[in-house]
Design a protein around this ligand. Structure first.
Ligand code: 6DK
Ligand code: ZN
Length: 370
C-alpha cells in the first residue's frame, strides 16, 4: 500500500493579497488592510512538517500538472473558466465571483496546477502506483460551482477529479466526503442531479455559505438521495464528529459501494481555527481518517484520495494534516501533536443532545441511498 503526495511551490504563489483579513479592505471607510486569511503560511508549514517528521520516506511524490481546458470544462462553464483567466490576467488580479475570493495575477495557471495535482493522484491510483494520496494544494475548491467561484475557491478541484476518474479510468461510482468546517456547496450543486456521485458534507450549521447545507438538501431528479448533509451545531467536537462518521458517513458509504472515495480535507473544524467554531483535535482527524481508510479497504480496494481545503491556524493545521497522512500511510512519525495536552479536555467533551438530534436526522436518510 503506497500513499502519493502532491505539492508544488507554485501553490504558495497564489496571491490573495491584503484585504481586511477576508473582506475587501477600505481605508477610506476605516476598514484596515491585513494579510488575507487564506494565505500560504498554514500550507507552507504543513509541507515543512511533513519533511521534518520524516514522513517523506513513506510517500511517493507525484508531480502535479496543469488541468487542461477539457478537464476544467467537465465541471465548469466556458464563461467561468474565461472569467478566472481574465481576472488572472489583470496586473493587480481580480475576484473569482463573490467579491471575497481573490484571484491573483497568474492564479489561473496555479489553480489549474491545483486541480491537475489531484488529477495526477487519481491517475496514479488508477494505474495501481498508489492506493491512497494527499494533494496539499492551493487555492481550495469545494465552494466553486459550475459557473462561479466563491469562498476563496476558483475551480472545484474535487469535482474535476471525480469526473476524471469516471471519464478516463472507468470508476463509475464516486463518493465525496467533505469534513471542512464549511458546507461543500459547490461540489453538492455540481452533482445534485447525479446518482453516480454521492456527496456527504459534515460542517458547522449555517456557517458558510449562509443558509446552505441543511439536512433536507438531498439531491434532485435522478440524484435524489445522493447528497447528504450533517449540519453540526457550533461547538461540536470529537464526540459529535465521530458519531456523525459512525452513524451517517460510514453507513452511507457501505450502502453506496463506491469505486473510489475522495476526501475534501478541510481541517478548519479544529479548535484553534479562526474561521469556524468547532472543537476538533488531531485525535479526531486521526480517528475519522481511520474510519475512512477501513471503509475504503472494505469497499474499493483501499482507494482513498484526499485534497486539502480550509485550515487557517498556522500552528495547528500542520499537525491535523499530519494525523490524516499518518492514517493514510498506516505509519506514525516521531512527531506527536505538541498541543495534545493543551486540548485534552476538548476530546473529553461528550455528545450533546442537540448534536445527536442533528446527526440522527441525517442518519434517517441513509436507507434512501441506492
Ligand atoms: N463569509 C473554506 O475553508 C473557505 O471552506 C471558507 C470561506 C469562508 C468565507 C467567510 C465569508 C461571508 C461573506 C459574505 C457574506 C456572508 C458571509 F474553501 C475553503 F477554503 F476550504 O466570506
Ligand atoms: Zn472551510
Amino acid at each position: 500500500m503506497t500513499t502519493g503526495y502532491v505539492f508544488h511551490p507554485e501553490y504558495l504563489w497564489h496571491d490573495t493579497g491584503t484585504s481586511a483579513g477576508l473582506l475587501p479592505a477600505d481605508p477610506t471607510a476605516g476598514v484596515q488592510p491585513a494579510v488575507h486569511i487564506e494565505n500560504p503560511e498554514a500550507k507552507r508549514r504543513t509541507h515543512e512538517l511533513i519533511h521534518a517528521c520524516g514522513l517523506m520516506a513513506e510517500l511517493l511524490v507525484i508531480e502535479p500538472r496543469r488541468a487542461t481546458m477539457t478537464e476544467l470544462l467537465r465541471v465548469h462553464t466556458p464563461a467561468h473558466v474565461q472569467h478566472i483567466r481574465d481576472q488572472s490576467d489583470l496586473r493587480g488580479g481580480g475576484d473569482a465571483g463573490d467579491g471575497f475570493s481573490p484571484v491573483g495575477h497568474g492564479s489561473y495557471d496555479i489553480a489549474r496546477l491545483a486541480a491537475g495535482g489531484l488529477l495526477a493522484l487519481v491517475t496514479a491510483v488508477a494505474d495501481g502506483d498508489i492506493t491512497t494520496g494527499y494533494a496539499l494544494t492551493r487555492p481550495p475548491g469545494h465552494h466553486a460551482t459550475a459557473d462561479t467561484g466563491m469562498g476563496f475557491c476558483l475551480f472545484n478541484n474535487i469535482a474535476i477529479a471525480a469526473r476524471h476518474a469516471q471519464t478516463l479510468h472507468g470508476m463509475t461510482r464516486i463518493a465525496i466526503v467533505d469534513w471542512d468546517a464549511h458546507h461543500g456547496n459547490g461540489t453538492q450543486t455540481i452533482f445534485y442531479p447525479d446518482p453516480t456521485v454521492l456527496t456527504i458534507s459534515l460542517h458547522q450549521a449555517n456557517c458558510f455559505p449562509p443558509d446552505s447545507g441543511w439536512t433536507h438538501e438531498n439531491g434532485i431528479a435522478d440524484g435524489t438521495g445522493h447528497a447528504l448533509n450533517v449540519p453540526l451545531p457550533a461547538g461540536s467536537g470529537h464526540a459529535a464528529y465521530l458519531h456523525a462518521m459512525r452513524q451517517v458517513v460510514i453507513p452511507a458509504l457501505d450502502r453506496f459501494r463506491p469505486d473510489l472515495i475522495l476526501l475534501a480535507n478541510g481541517v478548519d473544524a479544529n479548535v484553534f481555527d479562526p474561521m469556524a467554531r468547532q472543537m476538533l483535535t488531531t485525535s479526531t482527524y486521526r480517528h475519522m481518517t481511520r474510519l475512512l481508510v477501513d471503509a475504503a479497504d472494505r469497499l474499493c480496494h483501499g482507494r482513498l484520495i484526499a485534497v486539502h481545503e480550509g485550515g487557517y491556524s498556522p500552528f495547528y493545521t500542520p499537525y491535523c494534516v499530519l494525523a490524516v497522512l499518518e492514517e493514510l500511510t498506516g505509519t506514525t512519525t516521531r512527531v506527536a501533536d505538541p498541543f495534545a495536552t493543551v486540548v485534552a479536555g476538548y476530546t473529553a467533551e461528550p455528545l450533546r443532545p442537540h448534536q445527536q438530534d442533528a446527526i440522527d436526522a441525517a442518519a434517517a436518510l441513509v436507507p434512501h441511498i441506492t
